[in-house]
Write a protein that binds this ligand. Structure first.
Ligand code: AQP
Length: 332
């Protein structure tokens, strides 16, 4: 079975950056790869790399699961589950710790960035995060891993770890390939276009949440930082804010950047922003309706239970085979 793996951390409400960089692509990928099975998980263990309130974390897990389904993933082709419920992820993490080197982990830019933002103790799990991520992917012998730009370095390390294991035990892991969306690899903050739009950004104006109502969405886009030139054209260096909005527009309409620029070349920023506000709001409306009905339903719990069973069927066997290869236990 050919597989594609991806996860999202339940570290806050999902914004349009994660949606365009990750979730929306799954739906397209599922149509493009009908012969592949998708393992999509809520990366709750990863969330513990920074402090979490347990009550909020549990709620965020449920909300993320509902959002995945509401965004239209094809459940016939997907095992959707909570990472911590499949203990093979933790086991694989421990085993792979012995195949990653300190120097490699020290070079990870996400670790360095996140460590800089911490005011108190930096957790060891933040440092070893990429090893858990490697385990998440290698457990299912993923062929592809759809990721945003920020996860590219972690995926390269996953490939290195897989190749290191394969050197000792030929062909044990499939070496996964990243799938990085061209247009939406990095959706930027609406207030600081030098920074990625992030769940953990405390500035509410920096992002559009998938649960925001139409009035808030339009307000956020109206107040998005652009420039004073006043001409609608794409330049990711000198017009970062406007170019970010153009990318969001193009991705939602499944069009190219030049289609959008051409359409608005004689318009002003106000008109463009008003149209983008309408587009985002109407795109999210059906997703929000499905999300709210799923949140309260038994259907969501059933989907997660089925997903967990599907994931365990593969993951447990892979860990057992790995332990045996490594010479662990007595293999009675
Ligand atoms: N702004 C973004 N643009 C494009 N892709 C993005 N992704 C996240 N933000 C953007 C992609 O979504 C997937 C899930 O990401 P994640 O939640 O596991 O981790 P993250 O990248 O650390 O996301 P955040 O929002 O920045 O979370 P916090 O604030 O908690 O650290 C990944 O494929 C990611 O690339």
């Amino acid at each position: 079975m050919k597989t594609i793996v991806s996860g999202i951390q339940p570290t806050g409400a999902i914004n349009i950056g994660t949606y365009l960089g990750s979730i929306k692509n799954f739906v397209a990928l599922q149509q493009a790869h009908p012969d592949h099975h998708f393992f999509l998980f809520i990366a709750d263990t990863h969330a513990l790399t920074v402090p979490q309130d347990p009550v909020k974390l549990r709620q965020a897990i449920k909300e993320l699961a509902a959002m995945y389904v509401a965004c239209g993933i094809n459940l016939k082709q997907t095992s959707l589950f909570v990472q911590s419920a499949v203990s093979a992820h933790q086991e694989m993490d421990v085993l792979l710790q012995s195949f990653a080197y300190m120097g490699e982990l020290e070079r990870m830019t996400q670790y360095k960035d996140k460590a800089l933002k911490q005011t108190s103790g930096i957790r060891a799990s933040l440092f070893t995060y990429p090893v858990l991520m490697a385990g998440d992917i290698l457990l299912y012998d993923a062929e592809f891993v759809p990721v945003g730009d920020d996860q590219k370095q972690h995926l390269e390390l996953t490939r290195t770890i897989a190749e290191r294991v394969n050197h000792q035990f030929p062909d044990f892991f499939n070496v996964p390939k990243p799938l990085i969306p061209e247009l939406t690899a990095r959706i930027m903050s609406l207030q600081n276009p030098d920074q990625k739009m992030s769940k953990s950004d405390p500035n509410v104006k920096s992002k559009i949440l998938l649960t925001d109502d139409a009035a808030i969405i339009k307000k956020r886009i109206r107040s998005a930082v652009t420039d004073s030139e006043g001409t609608i054209r794409y330049d990711a260096n000198s017009k970062k804010g406007l170019s970010n909005l153009i990318r969001i527009y193009a991705a939602l309409e499944n069009r190219t950047i030049s289609d959008i620029v051409k359409r608005y070349e004689t318009s002003d920023y106000q008109t463009f922003k008003a149209d983008l506000g309408d587009l985002v709001a109407s795109h999210l409306e059906p997703i929000q309706a499905r999300y709210h009905s799923l949140l309260k339903s038994q259907e969501l719990i059933d989907i997660l239970n089925d997903g967990q069973a599907g994931a365990e069927a593969l993951a447990i066997k892979k860990v057992q085979r790995f332990k045996k290869k490594l010479g662990l236990g007595l293999n009675r």
